[in-house]
Design a protein around this ligand. Sequence first.
Ligand SMILES: O=C(O)c1ccccc1NCC(=O)[C@H](O)[C@H](O)COP(=O)(O)O
Length: 209
Amino acid sequence: MSARVKICGLTRPEDIDGAVQFGADALGLVFYEPSPRSVSLDQAAELAKRVPAFMSVVGLFVNPSRQEVEAVLERVPLDLLQFHGDESADFCASFGRRWIKAIRVREAGQIEAAFEEFHNASGLLVDAWDPDRYGGTGKSFNWDLIPDYRPLPIILAGGLSSDNVFAAVKQVKPWAVDVSGGVEQDKGIKDIQKISHFIKEVHRVCKTD
Ligand SMILES: O=C(O)c1ccccc1NCC(=O)[C@H](O)[C@H](O)COP(=O)(O)O
């Protein structure tokens, strides 16, 4: 069984179209202004319109206010909320939408604790820890810290690219993988060939199983 693929941090219509064409399962829009991948409400509404049925549009937030999330939900048809900061489980659940929680992994036991704390999530995204940035760092972490017992679907992120995603999926067997920097030519500017190569590498895993 292959892992699903989420491409995060899309900002351009042509990148959405490329990710759709090459078979991504989910597309992430960043609503966090300090990020170079951040999109405005108008931009996000236009990008979301291009996404066909049975593909998910994921809205990414970092420590947002309730009003910020509600303003996005009024304008952009999001399928899933991704909380990538220090949000509580109650806050994440309070919008009546499906949500995933991202954690930044740096030590043993963190993922097990997050399974408990965020047990109502639709998935746990495990990303690399960085002292200065919440995500989109291009860094990976020690995949041995991911336990075999998984009460929630694991979405593996952090420093993935077509060079390492085959090995990552083989070793970790995640529900899904998430990539941003590894399929870019510049921050927020995706590279369609890299997206195609990345997705092919993920799908190659099931052919070798
Ligand atoms: O992408 C960003 O700029 C970003 C900023 C702040 C919080 C999260 C952010 N991205 C979240 C993602 O889901 C990324 O895809 C994930 O962190 C992996 O990024 P990368 O290591 O570049 O593949």
